[in-house]
Design a binder for this molecule. Sequence first.
Ligand code: IPE
Ligand code: IPE
Ligand code: MG
Ligand code: MG
Ligand code: MG
Length: 296
Amino acid sequence: MSLRAWMEHWQQRVDTALDRWLPDPKTNPATLHEAMRYSVFNGGKRVRPVLVYAAGQAMGVDEAVLDSPACAVELTHAYSLVHDDLPAMDNDDLRRGQPTCHKAFGDAMAILAGDALQTLAFYALSHGLPDSVPSSHRLEIIDLLAVASGSRGMAGGQAMDLAAVGKELSVAELEDMHIHKTGALIRASVKMGALCSQDHDDNRIGKLDHYAKCIGLAFQIQDDILDVTADTQTLGKTQGADLARDKPTYPALLGLEGARELATELTNDALNTLKGFDERAEPLRALGRYIIERTH
Ligand code: IPE
Ligand code: IPE
Ligand code: MG
Ligand code: MG
Ligand code: MG
């Protein structure tokens, strides 16, 4: 199967599962439920859930077992985007080709939609992980998402991002910021998928974690590159937003070529780590390449 076919399959699978977790838009408070659905079903690439499924598959896990962590990480990601776009943060009008949540529903509703998406993510884990996942792993999965999205993960990275506006960071500082704001959730996606397996093979899980650390950083480097090189229509978000807001980025620090070289190096490192894995890791390998070749 091609990566495209795997991605479509897993995108459809997670969308069906997300539809089950999200409250009906007619249920009170209807506007909040509409805002939540608006922010989830708006054409995201679903890279993080796809990574959950691909990592689980590499460890021999059944797809149905992976639905709840796949949903949890996408709900967390959707919440992070709603808040990232708010006027107090990046102040963006366009997301996934449509008006951002706060443009469509107002700032207050967007804040609440983000809050509710975040807690729904944990509900999807606490209620959705099947008994086939050992209970110690279930707790570890919940713990992983909590740390990866909190002040020592994504939210912390977002704080570093805001503090860095208008400043010149060193390469090490920029790496630290990217590893937190984007890398942490990508790394958690892979590890959550792997931890759904019955046996806890520390060596293989460690290798998957190293793969995820590399592609997580490469993902944000490519996001920074696309902000410079892509157009608004393809991106589905405003092109040049980083430059306009004076954000420190990899292209700003290393130049476009330097940023591309680093992303390629990280991908090669990630792919080397998967050398001992069999053909079930093929989607993970293809995803590593896709992350730096993608055009939006
Ligand atoms: C964009 O993430 C925000 C970052 C963390 C870089 P994606 O590029 O995965 O956005 P969607 O989900 O496909 O819209
Ligand atoms: C987003 O980084 C990281 C998040 C945690 C949401 P960006 O601010 O670069 O993401 P985009 O470019 O708006 O999608
Ligand atoms: Mg941002
Ligand atoms: Mg942004
Ligand atoms: Mg960006």
